[in-house]
Every structure is written in structure tokens, then in C-alpha cells.
Design a protein around this ligand. Structure first.
Ligand code: ZN
Ligand code: FE
Length: 258
């Protein structure tokens, strides 16, 4: 598997996934058509597949133009998004699969950011595309779900093998880590990752992928049982009874206002 990271719009990433054995390729979340079509031509691949993690315009914006240019494209999205994902042809749910040449991805249904949000996991290659649910050191906003839903999603994604590489939908790493430090100022993994991310972004390079193992050390939405994080939340909301879901809910609330 070869993954070409395509920066699109202001801070989105589309990913061109190439099966080098068959030269077949698919794209995850084509926000806009131009840069994706350019990458397809540059790589000289047989472009067959679009995978949409969710229906938001900054993830499906290129669907229509790409399907016009490549009429045989298969377009995958969750079945709940039948009417909101342009050109959708393959409606999927938990456990369904997608093939790109010999590569096989399995869909994980992780509703909350939107009610039809999916991730796609390529187990053999140890890669997961997580859209706007799991970012490096962060999670997406809870637009169409509850804190309990997002907590379930974090459990589900962090249960993938530790060396799974995480490819999210946006470059939010620095802001996420700055926020994480307000909750866990003594977390050395967060401090180190922030310095690295600042150097990386100064060179205009993407800070992705991370790994599941790394997210467990830096991501406050996964680290809801961290003593230091809980103490910070408790200080700000003294009357709150803290359980994992409440901690995630308050963490998301603080991030929304960060
Ligand atoms: Zn979104
Ligand atoms: Fe997005």
C-alpha cells in the first residue's frame, strides 16, 4: 500500500490509497476534485474508488466532479448518508468491506460527529482512516451524537492494534496538543509531540500519521481516566461526579471554547 497525502482546502487531507501490486487506487475524502485528479494522473494509477468517512462538504466536495471525469468510480459511504453524500453508489455499515486491488478495508461505524460517520481499517497494512472522529491528539465535534457515543468511538478505535497508523481528516495537531497541555501540563508525551509538530509544520509538512499507541499517550479524549486530566476537570467543575463519559463531555466542552 502506498498512501499519497493530498493537502486540500485550508487544513483538510485527502488520501490517495494505491495498491502497488495491481496499480489500482482509491481516495479517502476528496474535499475537492482538482488536487485528487492531479495526484491520480501524476501516479498513473487506475482510479476506481471513493471512500467518504462522512457527508460534510469538506469531505465529499470533490465527488461529483471526480465521478464526471471517472464515470466508473465506486463511491462508498454509510447507508444513513444515502441522501447526503453526492454520487454514493455503495452504502455500507459496520463490518462491510471495500477492495482497492488486493487491499481490503473494513468499515467501522462510529457515529457522533455525524450520524453516518465511518472509519475504514486496512488490517493487513495496519492503517486506519478516521475522518473527523479521531484526530492526532483530538476528536471531532459532537454534532449528531452524544459524549457517550464519542466515548464508544474512542474505545473502538483505540482497541485497534497499537501499531495501527492513524490518518485523520484534518491538520489540527498543534492546536489539539496545545489544548491537551492545558489539561495535562506534566504529560511529557504531549510536550514532546508538540515540539515535534511545531518543527514539522514550520517545514510545511503534515503531522500525520500517528499511531494508536501514541494516541493513548497524547489524546485527552482517549485519556479520560488520566489522574491529572481528571484533576484539572474537577478543579473547573467541582460539583461534577466524574465518570469517563462526563470527563469526555467536559473535555469536549472546554475544547469547543479553547
Ligand atoms: Zn466533518
Ligand atoms: Fe472536516
Amino acid at each position: 500500500m502506498k498512501i499519497i497525502t493530498i493537502p486540500v482546502l485550508s487544513d483538510n487531507y485527502a488520501y490517495l490509497v494505491i495498491d502497488e501490486a495491481t496499480n489500482e487506487a482509491g481516495v479517502v475524502d476528496p474535499s475537492e476534485a482538482g488536487p485528487v485528479a492531479d495526484a491520480v494522473k501524476r501516479e498513473g494509477v487506475n482510479f476506481t474508488t471513493i471512500i467518504n468517512t462522512h457527508h460534510h462538504w469538506d469531505h465529499v466536495g470533490g465527488n461529483k466532479e471526480l465521478v464526471q471525469e471517472y464515470p466508473d468510480l465506486r463511491v462508498y459511504g454509510h447507508k444513513r448518508d444515502e441522501t447526503r453524500t453526492p454520487c454514493i453508489s455503495h452504502m455500507v455499515d459496520e463490518g462491510d468491506t471495500v477492495s482497492i486491488g488486493n487491499l481490503e478495508g473494513r468499515f467501522l461505524f462510529i457515529p457522533c460527529h455525524t450520524s453516518g460517520h465511518v472509519a475504514v481499517h486496512f488490517a493487513a497494512e495496519k492503517v486506519a482512516f478516521t475522518g473527523d472522529t479521531l484526530f492526532v491528539a483530538g476528536c471531532g465535534r459532537l454534532f449528531e451524537g452524544t459524549a457517550a457515543d464519542m466515548h464508544n468511538n474512542m474505545l473502538k478505535l483505540s482497541a485497534l492494534p497499537e501499531d495501527t497508523r492513524i490518518y485523520p481528516g484534518h491538520e489540527y495537531t498543534i492546536k489539539n496538543l496545545e489544548f491537551a497541555l492545558t489539561l495535562e501540563p506534566n504529560n511529557a508525551a504531549v510536550q514532546a509531540k508538540l515540539s515535534w509538530a511545531q518543527e514539522t509544520r514550520a517545514k510545511n509538512q503534515p503531522t500525520i500519521p500517528s499511531t494508536v499507541a501514541e494516541e493513548k499517550t497524547i489524546n485527552p479524549f482517549i485519556r479520560v481516566d488520566s489522574q491529572e486530566l481528571r484533576a484539572t476537570i474537577k478543579k473547573q467543575f467541582p460539583s461534577l461526579r466524574l465518570d469517563d463519559v462526563t470527563v469526555l463531555e467536559r473535555t469536549r466542552y472546554l475544547k469547543d471554547n479553547f
